[in-house]
Design a protein around this ligand. Structure first.
Ligand SMILES: *[C@@H]1O[C@H](CO)[C@@H](O)[C@H](O)[C@H]1NC(C)=O
Ligand SMILES: *[C@@H]1O[C@H](CO)[C@@H](O)[C@H](O)[C@H]1NC(C)=O
Ligand SMILES: *[C@@H]1O[C@H](CO)[C@@H](O)[C@H](O)[C@H]1NC(C)=O
Ligand SMILES: *[C@@H]1O[C@H](CO)[C@@H](O)[C@H](O)[C@H]1NC(C)=O
Ligand SMILES: *[C@@H]1O[C@H](CO)[C@@H](O)[C@H](O)[C@H]1NC(C)=O
Ligand SMILES: *[C@@H]1O[C@H](CO)[C@@H](O)[C@H](O)[C@H]1NC(C)=O
Length: 528
């Protein structure tokens, strides 16, 4: 019985001890606790920010930080606080910080608490370009949509960046996209038109336009693109006519002209029209060195060209009259593939010993005052034959030089035809006029002159009175006619008044006439 009791009490003691232990365990579970979910803290926090409050059920609990990442945490009473400002960008593992805290109380089992802290990234850094100014080079003729360069900004918050350029409407360059600041050629670049171009590249770390109250940072950089003149054009002979061929610019030479005397070697460079043979690089700023060569037309080796200056000189005289056509090529010394050609037309002229000479030094001719434009100046009054001049050139056997051209000097009334006829250009209002005629040999430039006096005569062969009488004559005639008319009227009036006074006489007169008629009638049968 006693043993049974003993065993029972032992059981009770065990049970009690178990209960006590359990109780102790339960108590230790409860002395402190923290929420199990992670706590989120924004970076750039203020110091003393409370991360979490440690829940303690009893007094006299001692808390110890056993793991303190970055040394950033601290305890203030039962609060886990931040002791320093956290920077998301410089932390090793900002999104998963684990803080361990130990809770002790005498007589209780110590507890290890774990607080997981997430640091949230906020926009606290501006974007920035590594340089404030960038200089880029691009060749002219670079195809449209080719990238000239990629200029990116950095932002420690590592968000998406938004780029724009100013001026935003820009014909020559554009950005590949708002997020990719690759500078693309937007339009065919011609060094002649544009040599460099500057613009501002803007970057913003929030989508534009920024909303009020939104944290937003920007940065700018100045970008200058230098367009490089590439060797795309050959030499251009000067002067030349500019024209375009699609996007290409070309300049065409019209050629050169010169003159040399037959069987005469000219000293020094030939004088050419419109100027000396000269070419300049079509790529203005490259201005490549150019050399000249005669490639055709110089079979007799009469001419020589200075390969550096383009001046043409004669090695020997030309012995055949007529034109000589030289083809000249100008090429870039460094790149012979860039060349241009032109022609030089040299006329070999027979030397003139005599200038043109009019047959007479002075001429006289006439026109009628009623002649007008296109009427010829006349020579001969009786036949009205046209006046004509001729200039002779004794260098020609027959005296006729086909290169003679006639000119009129010092007169606005007339012009002269190629054949030497003189034409009125307008009606003449003076009694006479004089002028100078000039005969020019256009092949040599030599000339001769003569004077011409033109007499202006009244028209001959007046038929129509309206043409023949002047206003004064007509007035006089009218006056005489009027006087005669008045005289006639007076005479008629006088006669009528006389007839009325002598009325019987009139009757008698009528009787006499009837009687004489009867008499005449009677005499006719008497003749039967
Ligand atoms: C808390 O208890 C642990 C183990 O129980 C012990 O190592 C530590 O020193 C104690 N800390 C304090 C402050 O009493
Ligand atoms: C960071 O904190 C400082 C001081 O509190 C404040 O002036 C600044 O505006 C904060 N920056 C951001 C991006 O919140
Ligand atoms: C350049 O790119 C734009 C946009 O992608 C396109 O519309 C255009 O046709 C391209 N131009 C050329 C010449 O490739
Ligand atoms: C040709 O000869 C004429 C007359 O002697 C002279 O005036 C002229 O200058 C010469 N022309 C040239 C191209 O040498
Ligand atoms: C080339 O000719 C021009 C005239 O046509 C002259 O002024 C120049 O001095 C000449 N140059 C040389 C190198 O002879
Ligand atoms: C004179 O006539 C010539 C043709 O013979 C012509 O070429 C020229 O233009 C004329 N001049 C004037 C001023 O009418």
């Amino acid at each position: 019985m006693e043993r049974k009791y003993k065993r029972k009490s032992v059981n009770t003691v065990f049970s009690c001890m178990l209960a006590f232990l359990l109780h102790k365990l339960c108590l230790s579970e409860k002395i402190c606790s923290v929420p199990s979910e992670p706590v989120t803290i924004k970076e750039n926090n203020t110091i003393d920010t409370v991360v979490v409050r440690i829940d303690t059920k009893t007094k006299d609990v001692t808390l110890t930080l056993t793991e303190n990442p970055e040394g950033a945490f601290g305890l203030r009473g039962f609060d886990l606080i931040l002791k320093k400002r956290l920077d998301f960008e410089t932390m090793l593992n900002p999104e998963e910080l684990t803080v361990h805290i130990r809770c002790n109380k005498t007589g209780f089992r110590s507890i290890a608490l774990t607080v997981r802290v997430h640091i949230e990234n906020i926009n606290d850094n501006p974007p920035s370009f590594s340089q404030s100014e960038y200089s880029l080079d691009v060749n002219e003729l670079t195809p449209v949509n080719t990238s000239v360069g990629l200029i990116e900004a950095k932002d420690a918050d590592s968000g998406v960046l938004y780029y724009t350029m100013e001026p935003s409407v820009n014909a020559h360059f554009r950005l590949e996209s708002m997020h990719k600041p690759s500078i693309l050629v937007n339009k065919f670049l011609d060094y002649d038109v544009i040599q460099h171009f500057s613009f501002t590249l803007f970057v913003q770390d929030t989508p534009p336009p920024s909303l009020p109250g939104q944290l937003s940072y920007t940065a700018t950089a100045t970008i200058t693109v230098h367009i490089k003149d590439i060797d795309n054009r050959p030499p251009w002979f000067q002067p030349c006519m500019r024209t375009t061929l699609g996007t290409a610019k070309i300049c065409l030479s019209v050629g050169y002209k010169g003159k040399v005397n037959l069987t005469e070697r000219q000293d020094g460079p030939l004088q050419l029209q419109p100027g000396p043979v000269y070419a300049r690089d079509g790529d203005k700023s490259r201005n490549e060195e150019i050399s000249y060569k005669i490639v055709r037309g110089n079979e007799d080796s009469i001419f020589q060209i200075d390969e550096n200056t383009g001046n043409i000189t004669m090695l020997k005289p030309a012995d055949i009259p007529g034109p000589i056509f030289l083809t000249i090529v100008a090429s870039q010394v460094a790149n012979r593939d860039q060349f241009a050609s032109t022609s030089v037309n040299i006329e070999v002229v027979k030397k003139s010993r005599n200038p043109p000479k009019f047959e007479r030094e002075r001429y006289d001719a006439f026109v009628y005052s009623n002649n007008g434009p296109e009427n010829m100046v006349l020579r001969d009054k009786t036949s009205n034959r046209p006046f004509r001049v001729r200039a002779r050139d004794d260098d020609f056997a027959n005296g006729i030089n086909p290169d003679i051209r006639y000119e009129v000097q010092y007169s606005s009334y007339v012009n002269i035809t190629m054949d030497g006829f003189v034409l009125l250009k307008k009606a003449v209002r003076t009694d006479s006029f004089a002028l100078q005629l000039r005969a020019v040999d256009v092949s040599t430039g030599e000339s001769g002159t003569a004077t011409l006096s033109v007499l202006v005569l009244p028209p001959v062969g007046v038929q129509s009175p309206s043409e023949g009488y002047r206003a004064g004559d007509m007035a006089l005639l009218g006056f005489v006619m009027a006087a005669l008319l008045v005289l006639c009227l007076i005479v008629i009036g006088y006669l009528i008044s006389r007839l009325k006074k002598a009325n019987p006489d009139t009757l008698k007169l009528s009787e006499v006439s009837i009687f004489s008629a009867k008499l005449l009638f009677r005499t006719v049968p008497a003749t039967d």
